[in-house]
Design a protein around this ligand. Sequence first.
Ligand code: RP5
Length: 164
Amino acid sequence: MTSAPAVALICGSRSDLPALQGCIEQLDAYQIGWEASVISAHRQPEALRAYVAEAEAAGTRIFIAAAGLAAHLPGVVASLTQLPVIGIPLDAGGLGGQDALLAIVQMPPGVPVATVAVGGARNAAHLAARILALGDAAVAERVAAFRREQAGRAELRIQPRVER
Ligand code: RP5
């Protein structure tokens, strides 16, 4: 039942794989298990259906799906599961990823895809961590530690010069 890693990453083409790097790095930093697959919603619809069913049955908790252009992959995954689906629009053509962004974010009521920014792979991992943290105290502590560290990096205090 729980043989699968918590996060299943899917992208629509081998050409999308480099865009997942930030997501994978961040999931690793949170010590969240993941697996990645290339399955095209358009070219391999039956394989996609089978993979989503298998992953869900094996204990996957969240799907992260990345695609460019018509970018139907995250929405199709959301139609095949009731697990949370996070969509990453990719810049794969002449429209700078706006095509994929609109395709992924414009889901009908009842079939949501939590959409991050174009190329926002790292935020997909942060969002997945926050979802998993709801039921996992160790992940929650790692999210809290990341936020403390991020706040520390952002902080800058400038003192007025004291004239003597
Ligand atoms: C989309 O079309 C894929 O997600 C990819 O971003 C884009 C181009 O795919 P390939 O032609 O490289 O397979 O479906």
